[in-house]
Structure formats: C-alpha cells, structure tokens
Design a binder for this molecule. Structure first.
Ligand SMILES: Cc1cc2nc3c(=O)[nH]c(=O)nc-3n(C[C@H](O)[C@H](O)[C@H](O)COP(=O)(O)OP(=O)(O)OC[C@H]3O[C@@H](n4cnc5c(N)ncnc54)[C@H](O)[C@@H]3O)c2cc1C
Length: 815
C-alpha cells in the first residue's frame, strides 16, 4: 500500500469498484481502493443481479441506461466476464391505476431514448409464458432489462481500473480517518497508514460506520431482502427449447415481485410489506460472506399473489431462499457527492440498485472530483438533499416505508405518512384547525390546501377531490386577499465587509441598492444554473466598508446544497460570513388586490406604491411584532412576504387574519400557489430550473447582468450561451386536457416526434386553462402549431403560451 495517494476509495463492492474505475478512466490513476476482505464482501455478492433502466427520476434513469451500456466496455478492457444477459422484460399492471402509471413511464422513456412499448396482457403472456394474462390489465415491454453476475461485474471494474494504473488492496480494513491541518486525510488501516487528498466512502453496509469515523451520521439503513430460486421447471425448459432464448424479466408491480430465469428454474424476489431492518444501529464488522435466516412467513403474502399471477410456480419446488441485507437512503435513491463541511470527503453509498446504478454513480462522482461538477443532473442522488433532520429514527421510519412501497404507486397528490410532523412552525395547529392538508418539504410540514369539513384527498392520476377547493383558494387570491405560510423557503444571511463583492461574484444579477431586492440566478462555471434566488440588500447606512447586511431567499429543499456551494467559495480571510436562518426565521405571505389595504391596516408605516414599491424590502412592525417585509409575490399578484422570528408568528398570523376579515381574507396552500404561478409562466427550482439548463434556455437571461463589471461565476459561459443561442427553450403550453393535468416528465411531441419534456404543470384555475411548462429545442420553440403533450397514454393538442395568462403587463403586481 502506498503511503501517499490522491484518492482512497473505501469499499470494494460494486460501487467502490465503479468509482475507482471511473477515476482511473478519467485520468486520475494515483488512486487506490481499500477493501477489508475480498471484493464483494458486503451486499454485492448475494445480489440477484437484475438490472433495469426504469426509474422514477428521469435523470437517474439516464444514469441507469449508462450503467447497463457500460458493461461491454469494462468486460473488454478487463477481460473479465460480467455475465450480462440482456433478456428484455415486461412491466405488468394488474389495475387500471397502475396502467396509467405505466403509460407515464412510457411517455417519459420516449425522450430518454428508452425502448418501451405499451402492450396488452395477452401480448405480455406471449413474451413471458409463465404469467396468467387474466390477472393483468396490460403491460409495458422493455428491451433493455437483464441480469448479470454481481461478482464478475465488480471484478471487471477492479481489473479494468488496475489496468489503467489504480491499485486495489484487499484485506485492508480502514479503522480511522483523521483530517490533518493541511486538509489532507490520514487513512489509518490495519495494514498501515496512507495520506490522501480525497477519501470516498463507498462502505455499503458499513457506510454509516465509515461516516462516523469523521463525525458524520449518514441517513442510511440496511433492510433484509429475500428472493427464492425454484427447482428446474418443465415450462422453462420447454420455452428455452422452443425459442432458443431465456425467459424474460418480469416486474409485477401489484404483486410487488420481480422474476427472472435462473439456470433451469426461476428466481422470484419480493419487497414485502412487513419490511425488516437489519443492524439498525451498527453493522457488525465480522459480517461478511454469510446470509441471514430466511423468513418465509414474512414474504408469504407476496408469494401467494405471485403463485396466482404465475401459476407454474404452484407446481414447482423451492430450491433455495436467499436473505441478505442491503442499504437504502430514506427516499431509496443513492447518496452521492461531497459532504458539506468536510472538504475532500466524498460519499457514494445507499445505492440500493448497484447493478443498475453503480456505473452512473461512479461516473458522476469521478466527474465531480476531477472537474468540480458531476457532469449530469444528479440532484435526486445528491447527499445534500438531506439535512440534520434526517436523523437515525427518521431514516429508519422512511426506509421501512420506502422498502415496503418499492413497487407501490405513488399518486401525484399522495403524501407519505412516515417521518411526519418532525418539523413544524408555530402556527401548525392554527392552520390544522382551518383544515390544512399537509405535505412535507425538507422535513418541514407545509400546507398543500385547506379542506372543508370531511373533504380529503382521493389519490388519483386525474383531477381529484381537492380541485374545487384549490380553485376557491385561487379565487380568494385573485379577487380578494390570500394568506400563505412560506417558512419552507431557505433564508441565508450574508454579512461582513467583503459581502457585496462576494455576492457580486456569486450572482449573475445586478445587486440591488439598500432597501431593494433583485431576482438573482446563480451559475456554475459551465454557465448552467445552480440556484435561483431573491437577494435583498438590508444594509442600512450604505456604508459598505463595515455594516453590510444581505439576505438571500431560495429554494428550501436546496438549503444544504447551497450552503455547501457558498462555503466552498468563501474567501479565506473571514471578510464574508454566510449563515442559514433555517426556522429561526419564519414567514407568511399575503397576496391579492386587497393585500395593500390589509398591510396598511396592521402597521403604521405608509404602504402606497410610491412609499413601498415593487421589490422594496423594509423592517416594519405588524401588530406589535418586528418583521421584515418584502414587496414581492410568487403568485404574480400584488403581494408581500413577511418574515419574523418564530415567537412572533402566531401574533402576526392572528393580526393579519383578524384585520383581513373585512377584505375577505382566506388561506391558500402550495397547490393554489402552483396554479397561480403557472398562469404567470414562473418556473421553480428543481423543476424548470436545474443544473443542466443555461439562463437563456430557462428564460432567466433577463436577470443576468452580462455587462456588469464583476467577473461572476459562469460569466464567460453565459456570454457564450447568449451568443450561440443555447440548445433549448423553456416554454409554457396550454394543453387541451380533459380530466387530468400534467405533473412533470411527460413527453412533448412536435409534428409527430418526441422533441421535449414537461418540467411541471397543473390547472391554472383563475384562467381556466390546463398549463404545462417544459423544454423544447430552440429551433421549434416559437412554432405556433404542431405541439402535443402525452398524458396518460393520449397525445393532447398543446399551444405555446408566450405571454402570461394573467396580468401580462404586470399592472397588478407592480401597481
Ligand atoms: C438479496 C439481495 C438481492 C439484490 N438484488 C439486486 C438486484 O437484482 N439488482 C441490483 O442492482 N441490486 C441488487 N441488490 C442490491 C445490491 O446488492 C447493492 O445495491 C450493492 O451491493 C451495493 O454495493 P456497495 O458497493 O454500495 O456496497 P457493498 O456491497 O456493501 O460494499 C461495501 C464494501 O465496503 C467494504 N468496507 C466497508 N467498510 C470498510 C472499511 N472500513 N475498510 C475497508 N473496506 C470496507 C465492505 O467489506 C464491502 O465489501 C440486492 C441485494 C440483496 C441483499
């Protein structure tokens, strides 16, 4: 083992091996992998070896496709067989609701380049002879599914990496990791010590323990997982002889089962409802190549369905049941990337589908380490999507829920019950008493809509029980005045004598004058968006040399992500300080034509348009409470955002509600807000604005100060985008929808071919139109006709809505 190296990768499972390979392939060859035992000694060796391209997040699906296509390359380079069999597969639906979901998967697959096709249950039975077509209502054929040899793949990655110059040291256990004063890492093993610039935690089943070596508590938990292998089956032999090919893969979503051929028999695995965690607090170091005791009673309900859906199983014997543990993050997606506060410490863990995702994880992490950017939209896998609220008990509750729902449908209006009421604001009970139906954002309960007595969400792909109530909330805003809780925004404070200059470099916009706000896109070096904020200048006396005080408001779910970004780019001289307010600052928004009258009634200061214009921000007292009030509203209406310390929130809420009575005040939630912002063509972070789009493409170029003096991050690339025009354009569409609206990720067709994708949408109640936002190539972005959007298996005519449906001249908002 070398005493000095650029990177130590801890863990020789499929993920660590993939990271090592990708680092070496991209030119970092002074890298070594340390494995405490043989390679594959965690969850990798007993995996079922299945691989699939389909994933709920289209960007993760892209990386899964990349992974599957990579196997040929590593096999050739290493000379090691990977045992890859691309058999194709069928995704089966036993209910109409599931079929609706599968249609969405097909539509998504079109722009991802996945070969998916809707077929009947009978056609599915012709492809997969063991299923009983009477048990299903339809299916989707997928040509890219298959399976492989887990050990072969891991060794192929490792051998290929070695050929490129990387080192692999087996039987070398990392016992501690210590940060040196110069920022390098001491990696202390049972075979000696190495100093590394970077450390990657790919510890799989022991990722938590490796994290704890540096004081990090990662939100991962292992679950027991079982699959069975049958005796040889005559039906299998007959099919093999007749067709000369294997029986294809099947995922039976409603049975919560997956199946494939295994030698002369079949393999059937299940994600059972009675999910069972393994080693909840600590993974024993002496666990290795052993299996857990099978518990057939636990999976019996799923097997019963399986034997009914696939009757041939009733006549065969079970040869073996495998029970092994593997890890999950709370939402089932991997945890990848640099860890905030630990420069040079990276994670690649919580990978629950290592053979579908391992290649993509390795690629993204290697890009990130070498180029400073993952090179793909890996938002859904970024370790920074969790904050300290993702505690061990939270993780335990969510992972169990996620496991037991692995193949369950999640409807667009469905909120999941585990890990709830963890973070609430002081008015939670007041809003609940008004009928608030809660969702969750970054661990915080947020009101979605307000249900009159007895009304509840009925889960559906189509417009549901909330429709008329959300419509009423929208009308309250557009006709009178609405109040919304907005504490889920991220709020940052930037102070110090270098604050202005630093912000000028970090933001692509012109910075606002004291007492003013500005919309502020933030770019990466490659000119793509990394954030979309409102920046407020709270500097009181204009003395920029000392008392600078700035606020930044941004997407709540990106708080950890953005703090990591800010901290990495702070000057080393202490002249700038950035802190996140979290819930030590909470908020309420009022919006609608009566909003100004309401504000005027609860405070002494003047609130006329001249005294308090659009994009102004002031400290004001509301009732008796000191607040910060900004004149801005994501509803696109006349409106104000009011910020206060949590101890004042009840008072401010009660004051506004009481004073608002004469103006017809009502509460509105985030579903109404969605309807309101859609008719203004306003995009939002993680939907319209993501790290793969440039500001011109996303329509945010009007907020970019291309000519400003400061050499802001991404300036050269943004200028190049402006000159060359970019490839895509964000557009709003009005869709001829009937009883369902888009939710995101649907395909946009143009003149008979899929040319774009939807980022979000919904019903704009005030305008009475179904709206979709999405990206299309620049060349067709101004076409007046020819668009269709695929929704629930139907192509619906759609037209570009270039100007906002509501208040196109901004008279309401600015007046
Ligand atoms: C029964 C079962 C069936 C499955 N079926 C599938 C499937 O069909 N398809 C699919 O894609 N996935 C499947 N999986 C999941 C798959 O196994 C995992 O996604 C994958 O193994 C994760 O790999 P990893 O490298 O992250 O972790 P691991 O395989 O756990 O590897 C981590 C490695 O790190 C080493 N290590 C840890 N700490 C240290 C240390 N301090 N020093 C040195 N080395 C250390 C360990 O010894 C281990 O070898 C299945 C899992 C199970 C249990």
């Amino acid at each position: 083992m070398k005493s000095h190296t650029r990177v130590v990768v801890i863990g020789g499972g499929v993920v660590g091996a993939s990271v090592l390979y990708h680092l070496a392939r991209h030119g970092w060859t002074d890298v070594m992998l340390l494995e405490r035992d043989e390679l594959t000694s965690g969850s990798t060796w007993h995996a079922a070896g299945g691989m699939h391209t389909v994933n709920g997040d289209p960007n993760v699906a892209k990386l899964q496709k990349y992974t599957i296509e990579l196997y040929k390359e590593i096999e050739e380079l290493s000379g090691q067989a990977t045992g890859v069999h691309i058999t194709g597969g069928v995704l089966l639906a036993a209910t109409e609701a599931r079929m609706d979901w599968l249609r969405g998967v097909v539509a998504k697959g079109r722009y991802l380049g996945l070969d998916l096709e809707e077929i009947s249950a009978q056609e599915a039975a012709e492809l997969m002879p063991l299923l009983d077509p009477k048990q299903f209502v339809g299916a989707v054929r997928n040509s890219e599914d298959g399976h492989l040899d887990p050990s072969g793949v891991t060794h192929a990655y490792a051998k290929a990496a070695r050929k490129l110059g990387a080192e692999v040291h087996r039987f070398t256990k990392v016992e501690d990791i210590v940060r040196r004063e110069d920022g390098m890492w001491r990696v202390i093993t049972d075979k000696g010590e190495a100093v590394a610039e970077h450390v990657v935690n790919a510890g799989g089943l022991w990722a938590r323990e490796v994290g704890r070596m540096v004081g990090l508590e990662l939100p991962v938990l292992a679950m027991e997982h079982m699959y069975l292998i049958t005796e040889d089956m005559p039906e299998v032999a007959e099919w093999n002889a007749k067709t000369g090919s294997e029986i294809i893969h099947a995922i039976d979503f409603d049975g919560e089962l997956y199946l494939r051929q295994e030698r002369g028999g079949m393999l059937m695995g299940t994600y059972e409802k009675a999910a069972k965690p393994w080693s909840e607090y600590q993974t024993p170091w002496n666990f290795g190549h052993e299996l857990l005791e099978p518990d057939i009673d636990r999976i019996a309900p799923s097997l019963e369905v399986g034997f009914r859906h696939f009757p041939a199983f009733q006549k065969t014997g079970i040869k073996q049941i495998i029970n092994g543990p593997f890890t999950f993050a709370p939402d089932g997606n991997p945890l990848v990337g640099p860890v905030r506060g630990l420069p040079g410490f990276w994670v690649a863990c919580g990978v629950m589908a290592g053979f579908s995702q391992g290649g993509g994880v390795g690629l993204a992490l290697a890009n990130w380490m070498i180029d400073g950017d993952p090179g793909a939209d890996i938002w859904a896998m970024d370790v920074a999507r969790y904050g300290d609220w993702a505690s061990m008990p939270y993780t335990n509750a969510k992972v169990r829920e996620n496991y037991s729902r692995r193949f369950s449908i999640r409807f667009p209006n469905e909120e999941l019950p585990a890990g709830r009421r963890l973070k609430t604001t002081p008015i939670y009970d007041l809003l609940s008493a008004k009928g608030a139906q809660w969702g969750v954002a970054y661990g915080l309960e947020v009101p979605l809509w307000y249900a009159p007595q007895g009304a509840r969400d009925e889960f559906s792909w189509r417009r549901s029980t909330d429709f008329e109530h959300v419509a009423n909330e929208v009308q309250t805003v557009r006709e009178r005045v609405g109040l919304m809780e907005i504490s889920s925004f991220a709020k940052y404070r930037v102070t110090g004598k270098g604050a202005r200059d630093w912000l000028d470099r970090m933001r692509a916009c012109k910075l606002p004058a004291p007492g003013r706000m500005a919309l502020a896109p933030m770019l990466k070096e490659d000119g793509k968006l990394i954030g979309d904020f409102t920046v407020a200048n709270l500097t009181v006396d204009g003395d920029l040399s000392s008392s600078q005080d700035w606020m930044i408001f941004g997407s709540g779910i990106a708080e950890q992500n953005h703090m990591r970004w800010f901290e990495k780019r702070l000057p080393g001289d202490g002249s700038v300080n950035v802190e996140t307010w979290g819930l030590s600052l909470v908020g309420l928004a009022i919006a609608g034509p009566n909003a100004r009258k309401l504000l005027g009634k609860v405070m002494r200061a003047e609130v006329t348009n001249a005294a308090f214009p659009f994009m102004a921000i002031r400290r004001m007292d509301i009732g008796m409470a000191p607040c910060l009030v900004g004149r801005v509203s994501y509803t696109g209406d006349l409106g104000y955002e009011v910020w206060m310390a949590p101890e004042y929130q009840r008072h401010v809420f009660e004051t506004l509600m009481a004073a608002g009575e004469e103006f017809g005040i009502g509460l509105f939630g985030s579903r109404a807000l969605n309807a309101l912002r859609l008719e203004k063509n306003y995009g939002s972070w993680a939907r319209e604005y993501r790290p793969i789009y440039g500001p011109l493409e996303a329509g945010l170029d009007r907020f970019v100060a291309y000519g400003k003096e400061a050499d802001f991050v991404g300036k050269a690339a943004a200028l190049a985008e402006r000159e060359q025009g970019g490839k895509l354009r964000l557009r709003s569409f009005v869709v001829d929808a009937v009883d369902a609206d888009v939710i995101g990720d649907e395909a946009i067709w143009f003149e008979g071919a899929v040319r774009g994708w939807v980022t979000s949408g919904g019903y704009a109640h005030h305008s009475g139109k179904s709206v979709a936002m999405g990206y299309v190539p620049r060349e067709i972005a101004d076409a007046e006709t020819g668009f269709e959007i695929e929704l629930l298996g139907r192509r619906l005519p759609a037209r570009i809505q270039a100007t906002p449906l509501f208040d196109a001249n901004f008279e309401r908002m600015r007046g």
